[in-house]
Design a protein around this ligand. Structure first.
Ligand SMILES: [Ca+2]
Ligand SMILES: [Ca+2]
Length: 232
C-alpha cells in the first residue's frame, strides 16, 4: 500500500509539478526544421551565452590563416564548438570554407547556422556548387558582457555542401568567429495567455529565436485563463 501511495504521488507530481524536464521528454517533442518562419532575431541570451563560452575558452581557440582568394581549397572551419581566430591578408578579405552536417536529425538536408563574429565586418557566404551568394536570414549586432563576439549572421545551408566564407577586411587583419548550429541552442517556449509568467505545458517553439510575443520559457500553468493560478 505504501508503494502504491508513492507511485500515485509520483504520478501526481509528474502530471502537474515543476519537475526537471528530462531528455526523454525533449526528444519526444516536435522536430526542428530550418530557421522557422517569423524568426527575425536570435535569442541573444541563449545563443550568445553559448557562443561566448567558446570565445572565452582558450582551449576552444583555433588559429586559421585565411586564403587570399575565394577558393574551395581554403582552410576548413566546420568543426563544432570552436572559436576560430582568422588571420586575414593585410587590408583585404580572407576566405575559409564551411560544410554543415546533419544535426537536427539524421535525415535533415538543411541546417540553420549562426556565424558569430568579433566585429561588424563584411561577411559573404558563397555556394561552391554555383558560385551564388547565399543571403543572410538574420544579420544583427549582439551585446553580451565580457564577450568578444558582437555580431551574428544566420544562414540556412545545405547539408554536405561546401560554402566559402569571405570575411573582412578587418582592423588588425584578424576576426574571431564561432559557427553554431541553431539546433545546438534550441529551447522550448510555452503560451502564456493570462500573463502570469507561466505557460501551458505544451511546447510550441523550440528554436534559438527570441520568444514570440505571448510566449515564455516557464511552463506549469494549469489554468492559463486565470493569472492567480500558476506553478501548478
Ligand atoms: Ca499563464
Ligand atoms: Ca494562470
Amino acid at each position: 500500500m505504501k508503494k502504491l501511495t508513492w507511485t500515485l504521488l509520483a504520478l501526481s507530481l509528474a502530471a502537474c509539478g515543476p519537475l526537471e524536464e528530462t531528455e526523454q521528454e525533449w526528444e519526444a517533442g516536435e522536430t526542428e526544421q530550418a530557421l522557422e518562419a517569423g524568426c527575425a532575431s536570435v535569442d541573444s541570451t541563449l545563443m550568445t551565452t553559448h557562443a561566448c563560452t567558446h570565445a572565452g575558452n582558450g582551449a576552444d581557440n583555433v588559429n586559421v590563416t585565411a586564403s587570399a582568394t575565394r577558393v574551395a581549397t581554403a582552410p576548413d572551419v566546420s568543426a563544432r564548438h570552436l572559436h576560430y581566430t582568422l588571420s586575414l591578408p593585410a587590408g583585404a578579405e580572407g576566405s575559409v570554407t564551411y560544410t554543415p552536417i546533419a544535426v537536427t536529425s539524421t535525415t535533415s538536408t538543411v541546417e540553420s547556422i549562426a556565424f558569430y563574429l568579433s566585429g561588424n565586418v563584411a561577411f559573404t557566404v558563397v555556394d561552391t556548387t554555383n558560385n551564388a551568394v547565399v543571403p543572410a536570414l538574420i544579420s544583427e549586432g549582439l551585446s553580451a558582457a565580457s564577450c568578444s563576439l558582437t555580431q551574428a549572421r544566420v544562414y540556412d545551408l545545405v547539408v554536405g555542401r561546401e560554402y566559402i566564407l569571405a570575411v573582412g577586411p578587418a582592423t588588425g587583419n584578424q576576426v574571431g568567429m564561432v559557427p553554431e548550429y541553431l539546433y545546438d541552442n534550441r529551447d522550448r517556449f510555452y503560451r502564456d495567455q493570462d500573463g502570469d509568467g507561466y505557460g501551458t505545458n505544451t511546447p510550441v517553439y523550440r528554436f534559438a529565436c527570441e520568444p514570440p510575443a505571448g510566449y515564455v520559457k516557464q511552463r506549469f500553468d494549469c489554468d492559463d485563463t486565470n493569472p492567480a493560478i500558476f506553478n501548478c
